[in-house]
Design a protein around this ligand. Structure first.
Ligand SMILES: Nc1nc2c(ncn2[C@@H]2O[C@H](COP(=O)(O)OP(=O)(O)OP(=O)(O)O)[C@@H](O)[C@H]2O)c(=O)[nH]1
Ligand SMILES: [Zn+2]
Length: 212
């Protein structure tokens, strides 16, 4: 019988995570991340070996990979795949795109809706790609303002639009579950590029689409 792999390693500066002996191969996904989670569980006074927590490090590692998968993606690639030449001159708005991100200060979720508008310059982009670009940047450690700017800049740059407008409205769980503990505040951020930045009427038209 081959002996079971024993996962015990130096996590950082000489500290060892609790040793863990998986019963099945499929209990391992990313040993380094799982060791870190196991150590965190121990540090908060939990028993990482108890039944309910045995697979938690694996689940957390997978969840973290998904929630930060935006680092592996490029907005340029997403957009490049679905640009169509089209003689459209009027504003296109994709609104109420839900997003989930994580604040870089506490690594706690913030979530809400993004509204994206652009003025085409001979080209339009597949609508789903607008939502995908939001996810590319949301699935990283963020502050809301930078997220808003990155979505606007990526669309402006890779779509060659006359202008791009992005408004994001979000609830920050680091302000709800801890800290100042305000349950009902939402944060609105905006980024205006090109025509939206310089022409008040264009901006007002966009804002008009957001009020139903
Ligand atoms: N501008 C901005 N601030 C954010 C965002 N997410 C979290 N923060 C804030 O980042 C700040 C970090 O402040 P610190 O004083 O270093 O951290 P803290 O002691 O945990 O602060 P409190 O949350 O007030 O308890 C807090 O005011 C958070 O509300 C964001 O997306 N944008
Ligand atoms: Zn935070």
């Amino acid at each position: 019988m081959p002996s079971k792999p024993k996962l015990s390693r130096v996590v950082s500066d000489g500290h060892y995570a609790d040793s863990f002996e998986p019963e099945h191969e499929d209990e391992i996904y990313d040993p380094v991340k799982e060791d870190l989670v196991r150590r965190m569980l121990s540090e908060i006074g939990e028993d990482p070996q108890r039944e309910g927590l045995r697979r938690t490090p694996l689940r957390v590692a997978k969840a973290m990979d998904f929630l930060t998968s935006g680092y592996q993606l490029s907005a340029e690639e997403v957009i490049r795949k679905a640009i169509f030449e089209e003689d459209v001159k009027e504003m296109v708005v994709v609104r109420d795109i839900e997003f989930y991100s994580m604040c870089e200060h506490h690594m706690l979720p913030f979530f809400g809706h993004a509204h994206v508008g652009y003025l085409p310059n001979g080209k339009v982009v597949g609508l789903s790609k607008v939502a995908r670009v939001v996810d590319v940047f949301a699935r990283r450690l963020q502050v809301q303002e930078r997220l808003t700017n990155q979505v606007a800049d990526a669309l402006m740059q890779h779509l060659g639009a006359h202008g791009v407008a992005v408004v994001m409205e979000a609830s920050h769980t680091c302000m709800m579950m801890r800290g100042v503990q305000k349950q009902n505040s939402t944060t609105v951020s905006s980024a205006m590029r090109g025509t939206f930045e310089v022409d008040q009427r264009t901006r007002a038209e966009f804002m008009g689409f957001l009020h139903r």
